[in-house]
Design a protein around this ligand. Structure first.
Ligand code: TEU
Ligand code: CA
Length: 563
């Protein structure tokens, strides 16, 4: 490879070298015994987060909300959700984060609001109301919905409001009406609320379904080829770039912040148009290709390692040195990482969770760790519909099971593998009742019964734990610029169970070898290369500079290849 290919053409930035820890406040830590996680709970666990070595915390929505979708339905953007505490609690949390030299980013949910937001309360009153155009209203078409758009939470994306006999658009639940971004007043309101939080000192935003804010001209019907994947029709509307640039000009460019767009419905080809630094839109996005590998709607999908590798290679090829990327394997909308991509059976849970940590923290792009994954928390053993909280599950159950389209057993089997509630069960802090998450008898969502085995108290003090391995990997990434900025190369795209890649910056090359199977494998490094100096092994191997690696099941190693 010519050396110019290895030159670092990336401009260093704090958000490129950052490792982000994602907190879902409802499930993190309850401080007042009401069964619901809260801001004081998070503040009480900042040392735990800091010890992991992460530099940024992303908070899922903490704004006032009636919780139709756990805070992704905001009633008041300038108020803290009562369940989570007060503005004083928020200020104290922010202060605690800064004192530890970490940064805090918030969840900006502005494609839609709650139907209980004051703007919508006004908007629905009459067609003449000054807030009418804050939302998207249409009359019936031949006594039906204005078009055939569907909601991600089942059923039509339109609800008829009796007050004015018109329909309003909601791409998610009926309690989440979509804002009308074509209205400059709406955009100004959003920029104002962004400034409100930035002026408090927060360091940026994760932007919820941001590619949906601009709707297609005339709201045309979903063409048949989009019915099964409407997100690709709803996203990237004609004015999206204009809005993002305006937001950047008016707000973001005035602060030293990071932005990450949740790019549901965006293709890889479209990605540079959102993140190329010369365009002044977003810093990076979440691409969904990897997390879609394990699910097909509610069903679990059998994925293969070559498919996963192909995604990382195409992401790398799609983004040149002017663009930046993220790496994430899980979040509050996905099953647990070890259950989805590893092996959560007792024999391999720890090894595979550590292997996934190795991958997450050595790939190209800013890594995001979802709370609990650093403990190797697993999916929940759901056995009945009553155990779920998620509106997506409840609406899906009504639409699929109660109509007889799918049997209850089939649907439940799918949910066990894919439901969002798998990731939303409370953090497992210790071996006391409810995993030490709450002193209440009953938390808002049940704690996984495996908390007696899998919990933070145990893992923080145990030398070889998953938590301590994560901390070691975060530290390794932090002090190794090649892992943040180096060129990525997949050495063996077709191998069915070994993922081997290098990261190269200048004269430094690191080799990562991951055995994605429980079988021991003798792995001949491609191209006759030798491994180099062993820096990391998740199974405590000491095998040095050889050409054939004797890998154990779910073993992960990182070597430094000296020139
Ligand atoms: O999610 C966007 C989204 O459409 C999917 O991730 C969705 O949750 C589901 O998996 C689609 O089938 C964001 C938030 O992350 C999610 O929690 C919210 O429910 C949603 O937007 C609405 O705000
Ligand atoms: Ca609480």
């Amino acid at each position: 490879m010519p050396s110019s290919d290895n030159d670092n053409a990336y401009q260093p930035k704090w958000w490129k070298e950052a490792v982000v820890y994602h907190v879902y406040p409802r499930s993190f830590k309850d401080s007042n015994g009401d069964g619901i996680g809260d801001l004081n709970g998070i503040a009480s666990k900042l040392d735990y987060i800091e010890r992991l070595g992460v530099s940024v915390i992303w908070l899922s929505p903490h704004f006032d909300s009636p919780n139709a979708d756990n805070g992704y339905d905001v009633r008041d953007y300038r108020k803290v959700m009562t369940d989570f505490g007060t503005m004083a609690d928020f200020d104290a949390l922010l202060k605690g984060v800064k004192q530890r030299n970490m940064k805090l980013i918030l969840d900006l949910v502005v494609n839609h609001t709650s139907d209980e937001h004051a703007w919508f309360q006004e908007s629905r009153k009459s067609k003449e109301n000054p807030y009418r155009d804050y939302y998207i209203w249409r009359p019936a078409k031949y006594e039906h919905e204005p078009n055939n758009w569907t909601s991600f939470f089942s059923g039509p994306a339109w609800t008829l409001d009796p007050a004015t006999d018109e329909y309003y658009l909601h791409l998610f639940a009926a309690k989440q009406p979509d804002l009308n971004w074509e209205n400059p007043k709406v955009r100004r309101e959003v920029y104002d609320l962004m400034r409100f939080w930035l002026d408090k000192g927060v360091d940026g935003f994760r932007m919820d379904v941001i590619p949906f804010i601009s709707k297609r001209e005339g709201l045309p019907d979903l063409p048949p080829e989009y019915l099964a994947r409407p997100q690709f029709f709803y996203a990237m509307g004609p004015n999206l770039h204009e809005y993002l640039r305006e937001m950047n000009r008016e707000v973001l460019s005035q602060y030293d912040v990071m932005t990450v767009g949740e790019a549901f419905g965006v293709t890889l080809e479209q990605t540079p148009s959102l993140v190329d630094q010369r365009r002044h839109e977003l810093n990076m996005i979440f691409n969904f290709d990897v997390v879609l590998l394990h699910s097909e709607g509610v069903r679990r999908r059998a994925w293969t390692l070559p498919e996963l590798k192909a995604i990382y290679t195409s992401e790398d090829k799609a983004l040149d040195t002017n663009s930046w990327n993220t790496v994430f394997l899980s979040n509050h909308d996905n099953p647990r990482v070890v259950s989805a991509f590893g092996d959560d059976s007792p024999a391999y849970r720890a090894a595979s969770a550590k292997l996934l940590a190795t991958m997450l923290l050595t790939l190209k792009g800013t890594p995001f760790i979802y709370q609990g994954d650093e403990l190797g928390m697993t999916n929940y053993p759901f056995t009945s519909i009553e155990q779920f909280d998620d509106i997506q599950v409840k609406n899906g159950w009504k639409a699929e099971v109660l109509t007889g389209k799918v049997t209850a057993d089939e649907y439940l089997a799918g949910l066990r593998g894919t439901s969002r509630d798998n990731a939303r069960t409370p953090m497992q802090w210790d071996g006391s009742p409810n995993g030490g998450f709450t002193t209440a008898d009953k938390p808002w969502l049940a704690v996984n019964p495996n908390y007696t085995e899998i919990n933070a108290a145990r893992e923080v003090q145990e030398a070889g734990s998953i938590y301590n391995y994560f901390a070691e990997m975060v530290e390794f990434r932090r002090k190794t610029p090649a892992l943040a900025h180096g060129v990525y190369r997949d050495l063996d795209p077709q191998h069915a169970n070994v993922f081997a890649y290098t990261r190269t910056l200048g004269s430094e090359t690191y080799l990562v070898v991951l055995n994605f199977s429980k079988n021991d494998t003798d792995y001949l490094l491609p191209g006759g290369i030798e491994a180099g100096t062993l820096k990391i092994s998740n199974l405590g191997s000491s095998e040095g500079n050889v050409a054939v690696l004797k890998l154990k099941g779910w073993e992960a190693r990182v070597y430094r290849q000296t020139p």
